[in-house]
Design a protein around this ligand. Structure first.
Ligand code: KG4
Ligand code: ZN
Length: 373
């Protein structure tokens, strides 16, 4: 007897990645296409919303076409279309939502709205544990990227074979997201855009204890984060040490020549810069890990999930692994490809909604500030 497989097309356009993916039964990735706009936004040092919308418009059709082709299926084989409704840039979301609605209408397939943050949670479930099972719930999930730094408690219950997930917000950043702080510090130091991957690599060559960046005490909710203070502390450090300026100018020239690899930039960096970068990273990582662990203990959960672009950071991963083991907690990260924005995670997050029959109609609108909980 052949078992019916459900194929969901995921569409993601909330920020600067146009992405489409086909996922079978919420677990098996048949294709996962991401068209990144990083090269286009690089010269501006950040994502320019208007340019992002135009790029999504240019990319959405070829990206979806490629996802269908690589999955080895045709559009008519799809069982549903899942699209990111929010949060994100409104003009960027509008492209994906409009395209998803149109496709669902034309193909007469169910349309599912997905919260981008729920997608990041499901990026972890897509790969599961070494034994092939999903991470045990309840869990505390840290979503940490260029746009978000937020902690949720994640639970699920099964009804008629369909899992229903629920989320409770525990805390989140009151100002910059952690990835944003990485990008801004990298910009001050002329380390290119996005800054996270280069800072990650350079930090390994510096002394993380060289400079003490204080962790802010959060009044009210102790599970909230704040990264604008550390960013400003780096700025003041640079202002009070003019000797950093010649090498910053040297790296700016390197970036202008297109020489932006971590190796090239490291060769143009003094030990003082490497120490600064290492100290910045240690402060951010310690803060993320400490608050997440405290939340996990207070909520009595069995596992910690870490997702979003910054989850690719090597020191963050290593520090979580060490501390979680000490507290008998299991920590799960998606692979690098699924840490950053992609549509496989959107299709996966849409699957339980598909099984529960939670469909949208043509009145679906994007929502820039869509809350998860
Ligand atoms: O999830 P993502 O692709 O996009 C959103 O912001 O939603 O995350 C991108 C962010 C950028 O701020 C980038 O600097 C940061 O993730 N990032 C990293 C690393 N790789 C990417 N931050 C620290 N270490 C990394 N290895
Ligand atoms: Zn994201």
């Amino acid at each position: 007897m052949s078992v019916q497989k459900n194929l969901i097309l995921g569409i993601e356009s909330s920020c600067d990645e146009t992405a489409a993916a086909v996922v079978e039964d919420g677990r098996r990735i048949l294709s996962n296409i991401v068209a990144s706009q990083i090269a286009i936004h690089r010269s501006f040092g950040g994502v320019v919303p208007e340019i992002a919308s135009r790029e999504h418009l240019r990319q959405i059709v070829p990206v979806v076409r490629e996802a269908i082709k690589q999955a080895g299926i045709s559009l008519s084989d799809l069982d549903a279309i899942a699209v990111t409704r929010g949060p994100g840039l409104i003009g960027a979301l509008l492209v994906g939502v409009t395209y998803g609605k149109t496709l669902a209408l034309a193909l007469d397939k169910p349309l599912i709205a997905v919260n981008h943050l729920e997608g990041h949670v499901h990026a972890v479930f897509l790969e599961g544990t070494d034994d092939g099972n999903p991470p045990p719930l309840p869990a505390v999930c840290l979503i940490v990227s260029g746009g978000h730094t937020v902690l949720y408690r994640v639970e699920s219950e099964s009804t008629n074979g369909a899992r229903r997930f629920s989320y409770t917000r525990i805390g989140g950043t009151r100002d910059d997201a952690a990835g944003e702080a990485y990008d801004k510090v990298a910009r001050m130091l002329a380390l290119g855009y996005p800054g996270g991957p280069v800072v990650d690599q350079l930090a390994a060559y510096g002394d993380p204890k060289a400079i003490r960046f204080g962790v802010p005490k959060m009044k009210g909710n102790i599970y909230d984060f704040s990264f604008s203070g550390i960013k400003t502390a780096v700025l003041y450090h640079l202002r009070s040490h003019p000797e950093f300026q010649p090498e910053i100018a040297g790296r700016e020239q390197s970036l202008a020549r297109g020489e932006r690899s971590a190796d090239a930039l490291r060769k143009l960096s003094t030990p003082a810069t490497l120490d600064l970068v290492a100290s910045f990273q240690r402060a951010v990582v310690d803060d993320l890990v400490t608050r997440t662990l405290a939340a996990a203990q207070q909520h009595g959960v069995r596992s910690i999930l870490v997702s979003g672009g910054v989850a690719a950071n090597r020191e963050l991963r290593a520090t979580f692994e060490t501390h979680a083991k000490r507290h008998s907690l299991k920590v799960f990260f998606p692979s690098r490809a699924l840490s950053t924005d992609n549509a496989a995670m959107i299709a996966a997050a849409g699957y339980p909604r598909f099984l529960n029959g939670k469909y949208e109609d043509c009145t679906l609108d994007p929502a820039a500030n869509l809350p998860l909980a």
